[in-house]
Design a protein around this ligand. Structure first.
Ligand SMILES: Cc1cc2nc3c(=O)[nH]c(=O)nc-3n(C[C@H](O)[C@H](O)[C@H](O)COP(=O)(O)OP(=O)(O)OC[C@H]3O[C@@H](n4cnc5c(N)ncnc54)[C@H](O)[C@@H]3O)c2cc1C
Ligand code: FES
Length: 256
């Protein structure tokens, strides 16, 4: 099955000032994407920028896939202006997915900022079983919160400025939860996506509580298929390519 295809934009609408939701019609022959995987998407019809951009699977819809993206630089600014009907070159689904927790474990899911895009469909598949620690800079940066609350067991919100939820990071919120929680912590499994510093903190917390944990790493990508070595991270077994051996890694594998 080919992972290279052209996809038609079905919808590309703002969900907030700097965030958009892109819905692509994909061929039926595309392999089924799983939460944690990503796509390389053409960001321009011309040559600048030349390289495709990496985006997590946000959600699978009937005939397509959705991508939730933050406008960051040139590529995403161009993508934001693309209209319904435009054909985009896409590569995917790529990379590893979030492994399922044991049947009796409670998934603790940590999302920092646009990291919510990667974990959203993972939380959705557990129907009121996962506890989500969702951190953002301010209350205006919390995306898709109502939907998330509709299928998570609980959503613990935190913001850097205290404008919604508790003041602090999602890692602070996780630390507080684990140190005040009554039921055996061994019944948990941690999953995280967000800025590097958040992932490092989550990894340390998970290690201290001896809870299995998985992180989705984000590195700049060029090829997305393991050929250019542009996306490597240091692991205990040497260097690993985020696009091929990741993006989801066991947190203890990473040399932070
Ligand atoms: C596996 C993976 C999944 C991703 N999923 C999503 C997603 O679901 N939604 C989303 O909004 N973004 C996601 N990203 C990040 C996204 O790829 C970048 O925001 C995008 O490439 C920026 O392109 P640009 O041309 O707009 O910005 P550029 O002009 O290329 O860069 C603008 C600024 O963003 C920084 N930047 C660019 N790429 C990255 C990156 N990968 N990590 C950290 N900083 C970066 C640059 O250093 C620069 O400061 C993901 C990245 C990876 C590797
Ligand atoms: S982006 Fe080329 S090896 Fe990962």
């Amino acid at each position: 099955m080919s992972r290279y295809f052209k996809a038609e934009i079905q919808e590309n609408r703002p969900v907030h000032t700097v965030h958009n939701l892109l819905t692509l019609n994909v061929p039926v022959s595309m392999p089924e994407p799983r939460p944690g995987q990503f796509f390389m998407i053409e960001a321009n019809k011309g040559t600048d920028p030349l390289l495709k951009r990496a985006f997590s699977l946000f959600r699978k819809t009937g005939q397509g896939v959705q991508i939730l993206y933050r406008v960051r630089g040139k590529g995403t600014a161009i993508l934001k202006e693309m209209k319904k009907g435009t054909l985009l070159e896409v590569l995917g689904p790529l990379g590893t997915c979030y492994p399922l927790p044991p049947a009796d474990a409670v998934p603790l899911v940590i999302a920092g900022g646009i990291g919510i895009a990667s974990v959203f469909s993972f939380v959705e598949q557990f129907s009121r079983r996962a506890i989500v620690f969702y951190g953002a800079r301010t209350k205006d940066d919390l995306l898709m919160l109502d939907e998330l609350q509709g299928f998570a067991k609980e959503v613990r919100v935190s913001t850097d400025d205290g404008s919604a939820g508790t003041k602090g990071t999602a890692a602070d919120s996780l630390r507080h939860f684990l140190s005040h929680h009554a039921s055996p912590i061994t019944h948990h499994c941690i999953y995280a996506c967000g800025p590097h510093l958040l992932l490092k903190a989550v990894s340390e917390i998970a290690g201290a509580h001896k809870i299995p944990s998985y992180v989705s790493m984000e590195e700049h990508m060029a090829c997305g298929i393991g050929a250019c070595l542009g996306c490597v991270v240091k692991t205990r077994d040497g260097y690993a390519r985020v696009c091929k051996e990741g993006p989801v890694f066991e947190a203890r594998e990473i040399v932070w």
